[in-house]
Write a protein that binds this ligand. Structure first.
Ligand SMILES: C[S@@+](CC[C@H](N)C(=O)[O-])C[C@H]1O[C@@H](n2cnc3c(N)ncnc32)[C@H](O)[C@@H]1O
Length: 266
């Protein structure tokens, strides 16, 4: 199982988005959230910001397993143990002694996968993209600060979380409505016409009134992506479905300007 999963999938060890800048722009406190799993940092941050219920999706089995490991680590480890598990020799194998306390909090599939991963001393550098130092990650997320780590731990224990392996385009089949949705930069990995159709037809149905969908993360300032935006997010068409489009710019840890495109349902 492990070889097959790793052969066809790779995932981000930690986020490469400045989540701490844009996720607080969305009101998730006490709300229902749909988020990409990716590295597990999106759901961890949404929980810290107060999400009550969360569905984590990803097309990639390894991302769901890695995210499951990280969310279980939050629930079971102190912040020092968490740092040791994820950042001590972060490109080498996961050490058994660091992994053992997390085992009890894993579901059977994630447990079987990581038991083998640890036993076979799989190198993280061989299967994770962007697994940087903690000094960079703390500039991208909120939870590495000691007090915030404990708040994240408590929030994750109080949040009802489910995970589903799904293509983004199959999410409407879940037939659920959400207050907030986080789609990372999946827009850049899929056909533009399909994504545009989803924004115009499915997202307005999936959002509750007053809800927000963070529909794209861009690694450039707004102006440099105007054509791209126009293709994916047509304000006139979206307005007919009660959706307003806004772009929020912010500085990333290297002082570059990034932005997100957010869809708001009135
Ligand atoms: C687009 S990637 C980029 C990583 C991201 N910037 C971060 O900070 O973690 C985020 C996740 O989207 C998932 N993904 C890519 N295409 C997808 C699709 N069509 N449907 C669902 N998930 C997808 C990937 O497996 C990955 O885990």
């Amino acid at each position: 199982m492990l070889d097959e999963i790793l052969e066809h999938n790779y995932t981000y060890g930690f986020t490469n988005e400045t989540l701490r800048e844009y996720m607080p722009l969305v009101d998730v406190a006490g709300k229902d959230v749909l988020t990409v799993m990716a590295s597990g940092d999106h759901p961890a941050t949404a929980a810290l910001l107060g999400a009550k219920k969360m569905t984590c999706f990803d097309i990639n089995r390894f991302a769901l397993l890695w995210g499951g490991l990280k969310l279980a680590a939050f629930k079971t480890l102190t912040s020092d143990q968490f740092m040791q598990l994820f950042f001590d020799e972060r490109e080498g194998p996961i050490k058994n002694k660091d992994y053992l306390p997390v085992r009890d909090a894993l579901d059977p599939e994630t447990l079987a996968f990581f038991d083998e991963f640890v036993k076979r001393k799989i190198l993280r550098e061989d299967c994770l993209v962007d697994n940087p130092r903690s000094q960079l990650i703390e500039k991208r997320v909120l939870y590495l600060d000691h007090e915030k780590y404990e708040a994240t731990q408590k929030a994750l224990c109080n949040c009802e979380i489910s995970a589903v392996q799904s293509d983004i385009f199959d999410l409407p089949h879940l037939q659920q409505k959400y207050d907030a949705m986080f789609f990372s930069n999946i827009d850049s990995k899929v056909p533009a016409d399909k994504y545009r159709r989803m924004m115009e037809h499915d997202v307005p149905e999936m959002l509750k009134d007053g809800g927000t969908c963070v529909a794209a993360y861009r690694y450039k300032p707004v102006g440099e992506w105007d054509d791209f935006h126009t293709e994916l997010f047509r304000p006139d068409k979206l307005a007919k479905r009660g959706i307003n489009v806004l772009k929020h710019e912010f500085k990333d840890p290297f002082a570059d300007t990034h932005h997100v495109v957010a869809l708001y349902k009135s």
